[in-house]
Write a protein that binds this ligand. Structure first.
Ligand code: GLU
Length: 472
């Protein structure tokens, strides 16, 4: 049997962390077993489904590299097929028309509540022979009335449901449109789904779906219901815990491989290992290692993992996204150093690519003012002479490169009998505006010759004015 999993998002919202985790587990499981991963858009709720949400879902999956082998199928394009099954079921008695009005059902509910009974549809139209004039009926599935349905869930173990507790589900509304639980069943059947991996908020739908699958003559797929993801405060994960739309993580400079690594660990483990490449996840992932209990979203850990992945990813692979983020920050990646060199220089120190792009701002754009604290500490009159010397020596460098830059600064420091560090930090402030940047020779190299000279002049001017008492 070859494995076939499906990810079946409803485009009533964007792709959020919880759904990505579901998609990831379906994808990993299919990839691990050399099976197929199918994408199915469950858009039967026409009022709440939007084209934008479909786009958000497809873009999110695409960014993460969760590629699908079949689909996207759209349920709204399969209505003829659903109707065909409904007709066949009406024909052979698997389903029946129900003419009960809202008022009748309300009265039934009240009676059941008053008698302290379970509220459910009592099957009163099951044996009805004739239509009721002027009423458009719904169609109900004739659920078995006795016995039990055992969901043999890979994550949860056996979960037993009594058929007596399940009423006859509506499978088509009075306007003929199929309902959600029914469409899922027809799709899982038609698409030969072998493993249904989804959030455990669907566990209660499963016995009904299993009964309908049995009515179709389908073998029961393997079910795996994934535990919820909670926020750090223990409440169900929601907007107030951070970005929900997966695309926002991209804009914040997270790497797809870090997101996948993080989400894989939310509910699955392999010993104590924390850092996984996507290839390792595919090789190691399997359903029996999925945890039973809910897991909590921890933004600090995600950030840490992102940094680890930035460090381990070859810098040239970071370049396209870094470029995009530089542009997003209003910077021109072509008006400054090659972003590849920026990626190399900032590789070890950026928690996110957005952080990297923002830290490299000084390479592409002049800063407005020196950071006041750094300027106060570093741009002092004593440094004027050595800084002028550095300016002169750097202006004379013909082949702008890290070693020539390093030599020039060292020579200027030696001329003034200054330890390198005493001169290095003022130069850093002069060329970057602040106190933090990659090693000085790299920093100056990235800034480029012309900009470095201009900025040293600016710092020299600043100190001169300060010396003359014009600046604090
Ligand atoms: N469309 C459902 C959802 O977005 C998933 C249903 C399923 O996986 O069976 O929650």
């Amino acid at each position: 049997m070859s494995v076939r999993t499906r990810f079946a998002p409803s485009p009533t919202g964007v792709l959020h962390l919880g759904s990505v985790r579901t998609a990831l587990f379906c994808w990993l499981f299919a990839r691990h077993h050399g099976g197929k991963f199918i994408l199915r858009v469950e858009d039967t709720d026409r009022e709440r489904s939007t084209v934008e949400n479909v786009q958000a879902i497809l873009q999110g999956l695409d960014w993460l590299g969760l590629d699908w082998d079949e689909g996207p199928y759209f349920q709204t394009q399969r209505f003829d097929r659903y109707r065909e099954v409904i007709e066949a079921w009406l024909e052979d008695g698997t389903a029946y028309h129900c003419y009960c009005t809202r008022e009748e059902l309300d009265a039934l509910r009240e009676q059941q509540m008053a008698a302290g009974k379970m509220v459910h549809y009592d099957g009163r139209c099951r044996d009805r022979r004739s239509p009721r004039e002027g009423v458009d009926p719904v169609v109900r599935f004739r659920n078995p009335t006795c016995g039990e349905v055992v969901v043999n869930d890979v994550v949860r173990g056996n979960v037993v449901f009594e058929n007596a507790q399940l009423d006859d589900l509506i499978i088509a509304r009075s306007d003929g449109t199929p309902t959600y639980n029914f469409s899922v069943v027809v799709d899982d059947f038609d698409m030969h789904i072998t493993h249904v991996i989804r959030g455990d908020d669907h566990l209660n739908n499963t016995p009904r779906q299993m009964n309908m699958l049995a009515a179709l003559g389908a073998a029961t797929p393997v079910y795996a219901h994934l535990p919820m993801i909670l926020g750090p405060d223990g409440a169900k994960l929601s907007k107030r815990h951070g970005a929900m739309d997966i695309r926002e993580y991209r804009e914040e400079g997270y790497l797809p491989q870090a997101m996948l690594n993080y989400l894989a660990r939310l509910g699955w483990s392999h010993g104590n290992q924390e850092i996984f490449s996507v290839e390792e996840l595919i090789a190691l992932f399997d359903l029996p290692n999925v945890n039973q209990s809910a897991s909590s979203f921890n933004p600090e850990k995600l950030l840490w993992l992102n940094q680890q992945h930035i460090i381990s990813t070859p810098s040239e692979e970071l370049v396209p996204e870094l470029r995009r983020l530089l542009v997003r920050l209003g910077l021109d990646p072509d008006n400054g150093p090659d972003p590849r060199h920026v990626a190399e220089a900032f590789h070890e120190r950026a928690e996110t690519l957005l952080h990297m792009a923002a830290s490299a701002r000084f390479c592409y754009e002049d800063f407005e003012a020196f950071d006041p604290r750094s300027a106060k500490k570093q741009l002092r009159p004593v440094i004027l002479g050595p800084m002028r010397a550095v300016r002169q020596k750097l202006a004379a460098v013909e082949h702008w490169g890290q070693s020539a830059i390093d030599e020039a600064i060292r020579a200027a420091a030696a001329d003034y009998a200054l330890p390198f560090g005493k001169l290095g930090q003022p130069i850093r402030v002069a060329v970057t505006g602040g106190a933090v940047s990659p090693p000085l020779d790299t920093t100056v190299w990235l800034v480029g010759k012309d900009r470095t000279i201009e900025r040293l002049d600016r710092a020299i001017n600043f100190i001169e004015k300060r010396d003359a008492g014009d600046i604090g």
